[in-house]
Ligand binder design. Structure first.
Ligand code: DX5
Ligand code: ZN
Length: 220
């Protein structure tokens, strides 16, 4: 199965958001990654419900919404109503992960769980059957443009081994510091969705960068 590319709109020029979305729309990207930050779970505040309708209207790609917020259950229905097609919440931000995952799926969208760099994939052992996607943070969440944490690679391998052993087909998405320099290694390790913010939007030719990310061969 070909891997998916999800450019992160956080790195776009918001003065020219429509142009940025047009580029993504005409590209080989699969999803548009949308980073929602609350200033509590992560130090930064990004954007929220006010911006979502514009992203929904301007994007032809499914919205892959990454909720970096405490107690995400408070906002999940709202983001789904605003057009999220993948909703990912953090394991560190929700005391009732199983219930929240069931709730997201009951709304007919994909449910993802995200792990910070320090969080072991072993903590997912009792929920893996339930999730559509696992997002491994490869930087500390809160900001775009950070340096990739290499310890992510063995985490991806370990998670892929669990998926194979248990015959599960959830997505493994990697988020933070991903670009042409490490995409091959991540796919080789078992990832199948790559989020790319700065490496796409700050590149000279975003369309070409997406094409290159998409054309790397993937064993899974
Ligand atoms: C970080 C966000 C990422 C961010 C990635 O907290 O979750 O999605 O946009 O940006 P880059 O690709 O620039 O590291
Ligand atoms: Zn993200």
């Amino acid at each position: 199965m070909a891997h998916l590319i999800a450019p992160s709109v956080l790195a776009a020029d918001f003065l020219h958001l429509a142009d940025a979305l047009d580029i993504i729309n005409s590209s080989e990207a699969d999803w548009l990654h949308v980073d929602i930050m609350d200033g509590q779970f992560v130090p930064n505040i990004s954007f929220g419900q006010i911006v979502m309708p514009f992203l929904k209207k301007g994007s032809t790609k499914p919205l892959d919404v990454h909720l970096m917020i405490e107690e995400p259950i408070r906002y999940i229905d709202e983001f789904i109503d605003l057009g999220a097609e993948v909703v990912t919440i953090h394991i560190e931000a929700d005391r009732h992960l199983h219930r929240t995952i069931q709730h997201i799926k009951s709304k007919g969208v994909k449910a993802g769980v995200a792990l910070n760099p320090h969080t072991s994939v072993d903590l997912l052992d009792d929920i893996l059957e339930e999730v559509d996607l696992v997002l491994l943070m490869s930087v500390n969440p809160g900001y775009g443009g950070q340096k990739f944490i290499y310890q992510t690679i063995p985490k991806v391998k370990k998670l892929r081994a669990k998926a194979i052993e248990r015959n599960l087909d959830f997505h493994i998405e990697i988020d933070g510091g991903v670009g042409l320099q490490n995409a091959g290694a991540l796919l080789e390790a078992g990832a199948d969705v790559l989020v790319a913010g700065s490496s796409v939007f700050k590149s000279e030719d975003p369309l070409l960068t997406i094409k290159r990310l998409k054309s790397i061969s993937s064993p899974f």
